[in-house]
Design a protein. Structure first.
Length: 356
């Protein structure tokens, strides 16, 4: 009997599973201008689903660098919202609260016989770490925000966490962090990045920035942020990170997309409100341009835009609801006023069903 010929099938290692593709699509819809961060989180999710995470280590250790308002924390919140059902479904450690070595006791608890041993429960218990896990997602997110502000004692504590995925509490209990994705955020390098973008990509007046220049600026920004991190953190700390992701400064096109997302979020807040006066609003082009103009500040990124929306849109709408000028089912048109310095609100028609 002649041996049968063996047919080789070419495999595609770039293909993603359907569950991962769904996660990537939803995350991309929530995050603007930070494709690299989205890609890293999606890759780690696929590694987790495939059961290929390295034993005895966290699922991933990611350092997010970039200027304020570029979306570092937002990426974590959006991922948690999709995977765990809430944008707050993760443990967030504000490292500005740990600028002194003795404050580490708030994280791990005081050792026995020390003052306050039983009075101050540690933040990072096993129960706290696992509290947001679901049947579909048996892992957790742990965020150390503005890690550069923490005392060096916290950095030393992180060495063991990032490397061995274990933490010993003050009472000698062990916390297993091998089912965690650990995020660290920092503004290191933001000053250098701002200097490179004086005028800002997308905000320069009369200067056209081609793709080559954009790529060159992007590369320089990455190295500026990475060099700043290397100057701040010791080599053994940097060596335990799986990836350093540098967030881009948001340009005008990004802010336009973020504006649409934020306006949709405001509409969802109205629909979900308990006021009994759910309605629909529509922003005209002039109103959107006004919000963009008022909300554009390179130094503060998307946060300044959110503040502009709250100030010029949410507050006036709240007053209209409280004074009975808006009722259930109304359609509100929002446009730029004749003076050009404020928005005007008008009622179009009743269109929504009272069952809403």
């Amino acid at each position: 009997m002649e041996p049968q010929a063996v047919k080789e099938v070419v495999l595609d290692p770039e293909r993603r599973g359907s569950e991962v593709l769904g996660f990537e699509r939803r995350l991309t819809g929530k995050i603007v201008g930070q494709d690299r961060a989205v890609r890293r989180i999606v890759n780690m999710y696929q590694i987790y689903l495939a059961g290929m995470a390295m034993p005895g280590r966290p699922i991933g250790n990611l350092l997010f660098l970039g200027p304020t308002g570029s979306g570092k924390t937002r990426v974590v919140e959006a991922s948690a919202d999709i995977l765990f059902g809430s944008p707050r479904a993760f443990i967030k450690i504000d490292c500005a609260e740990f600028q002194h070595s003795h404050e580490i006791a708030k994280l791990i608890g005081s050792p026995p016989a020390y003052l306050g041993h039983r009075e101050t429960p540690p933040i990072l218990t096993q129960e706290a770490v696992d509290q947001y896990q679901t049947d579909q997602c048996r892992f957790s997110f742990l965020l150390f925000d503005e890690i550069e502000k923490a005392n060096v004692t916290l950095w030393q504590l992180l060495l063991g966490i990032l490397d061995k995925a274990t933490l010993t509490l003050g009472d000698n209990r062990k916390v297993d962090l091998s089912r965690c994705v650990i995020f660290l955020t920092s503004n290191l390098g933001a000053v250098e990045m701002s200097e490179m973008l004086s005028g800002g990509i997308g905000f320069t007046s009369g200067v056209r920035t081609d793709e080559t220049n954009l790529a060159d600026i992007d590369r320089k920004m990455y190295h500026a942020a990475l060099d700043a991190a290397k100057r701040k953190f010791p080599p053994e700390f940097m060596n335990r990170l799986d990836k350093v992701v540098v967030f881009r400064t948001l340009n005008q096109q990004h802010l336009r997309q973020i504006l649409d997302i934020e306006l949709n979020d405001v509409q969802n807040r109205i629909i979900a409100s308990q006021s009994g006066k759910q309605f629909i609003f529509r922003c005209a082009g002039g109103a959107k341009e006004f919000l963009l103009r008022e909300g554009t500040d390179l130094k503060y990124g998307a946060r300044h835009l959110k503040r502009a929306i709250e100030r010029h849109l949410v507050y006036p709408i709240s007053n209209l609801i409280a004074t009975g000028q808006i009722g259930l089912g109304d359609v509100i048109k929002i446009d730029l006023g004749p003076s050009g310095d404020k928005l005007v609100f008008s009622k179009e028609r009743r269109a929504m069903s009272c069952s809403l």
